[in-house]
Design a protein around this ligand. Structure first.
Ligand SMILES: Cc1ncc(COP(=O)(O)O)c(C=O)c1O
Length: 398
């Protein structure tokens, strides 16, 4: 077997903000014989996961599942609904919003980008402003990232919807939920989202390899007249066979077994409790960071992500050297700084298959790593988190 790390004992701590740790239950579910995806047994699996994902997205609209990473689902959302030269409004919340913007430009869309400092959420007032100025209605879609994985900042999607409605603008609302789904409360229908985009490898606790679009009714109508070229991503090819649980091309059958199990796990815990668990662990993580005397990158307390915490390195110290020390000494992977945050932050993932002691172990690895790497800090971060967790037991209602 390929040896990927040198620690012979104990479990590797995969504390990047996705891919996340895959529960044993999900691994066991994946480890079953692949079946004929056009045979009689497959339809029941397909229907179960398609309907299950509607419950996770909190929508009555169809969900499309692609065998791809999240980037494919970004592309699918755009090519199914838009035409060459259409304008889209995007908000630069961080690295992933920037990548989505680049992808849109490569497809021939004209992106109106609301610039940001990578420390704040989407500002609905600026969205309203741009839409109000668009008298010719050239903007066909507003595209935002719910949880910016590069910064640990979450945006208020209901407020973005309210800004679009307040401006009386017909643009579609597309939301990237790649690192929020299954970790942060997300309501496709209630929040009036037209296309939701997600991936399997974060809150859904699966390996990478599946991505999702939720296709709202206005988005489906737009697909009828959209002229960007599409074939593999075409929703209309998918939706027919999906009605009976089948796919137009070979699906990632074993990942669908895993998805079935992951949905069961999320629903057994209950979505409100899942979200409360993530909020509580995020709060404990931030307490630790502050006790260390370090700074959380998110500069808006109300927008700090329940899924991950990005931590700024003090006094020009390199984050990558710290992460290398932590990996070598304690066998834990932390998220690296991306784009303009390269080497300036490290990111602690606290989403997915995660509990109080996973958090304590993670924070202990960081605290020991700070000491081992000679990063100036105060001790007591793990203690602060432990005291919070002991004092604030998990609410039975979540
Ligand atoms: C918010 C967000 N959007 C998009 C992506 C890109 O997804 P993928 O790497 O699965 O293509 C990621 C990946 O981490 C992400 O976190």
């Amino acid at each position: 077997m390929l040896t990927l790390h040198s620690h012979p004992s104990g479990r590797h701590f995969l504390q990047i903000p996705g891919p996340t740790n895959v529960p044993d239950r999900v691994l066991r579910a994946i480890d079953q014989p692949t079946i004929d995806h056009r045979g009689p047994a497959f339809g029941a699996l397909g229907r179960a996961v398609l309907e299950g994902m509607q419950r996770i997205f909190q929508t009555a609209s169809p969900v499309v599942i692609y065998p791809s990473s999240g980037t494919g689902a970004w592309e699918a959302a755009l090519v199914n609904t838009l035409s060459p030269g259409d304008a889209v409004l995007m908000a630069e919340t961080g690295h992933f919003a920037s990548l989505w913007c680049r992808l849109a430009r490569r497809l021939g869309l004209e992106v109106d980008l609301i610039e940001g400092d990578w420390r704040h959420p989407v500002d609905p007032a600026r969205i309203a402003e741009r839409l109000a100025a668009d008298a010719a209605r050239r903007i066909k879609a507003v595209c935002v990232v719910h949880n910016e994985t590069s910064t640990g900042v979450a945006s208020d999607i209901a407020a973005v919807r309210a800004a679009i409605d307040g401006a009386g603008h017909p643009a579609l609302l597309m939301v990237d939920t790649i690192s929020s789904l299954g970790a942060i409360d997300y309501r496709h229908d209630e929040w009036g989202v037209d296309v939701s985009i997600s991936g399997s490898q974060k809150g859904l606790m699966l390996p990478p390899g599946l991505s999702f679009n939720v296709v709202g009714p206005r988005a489906l109508a737009a697909a009828g007249s959209a002229r960007l070229p599409r074939s593999y991503w075409d929703w209309r090819e998918m939706l027919g066979p999906n009605e009976n649980g089948y796919f137009p091309y070979t699906p990632a059958t074993n990942l669908l077994y895993g998805l079935h199990e992951a949905i069961a796990m999320l629903e057994a815990e209950g979505l409100p409790r899942v979200y409360a668990r993530h909020r509580r662990h995020a709060e404990a993580a931030r307490l630790a960071v502050r006790a260390w005397g370090l700074e959380v990158l998110c500069a808006d307390a109300a927008a700090c992500s329940p899924a991950l915490t990005a931590v700024l390195m003090p006094g020009g110290q390199g984050a990558d050297a710290l992460r290398r020390t932590i990996l070598a000494r304690f066998d834990m992977s932390l998220g690296q700084g991306l784009g303009r945050l390269s080497d300036r932050v490290f990111r602690i993932g606290h989403l997915g298959h995660f509990n109080d002691l996973t958090l304590c172990g993670t924070l202990a690895g960081v605290e020991m790593g700070l000491a081992a790497a000679g990063v100036p800090h105060r001790g007591g971060g793990v203690r602060a988190a432990m005291e919070f967790l002991a004092r604030a037991p998990r609410d039975a209602r979540g």
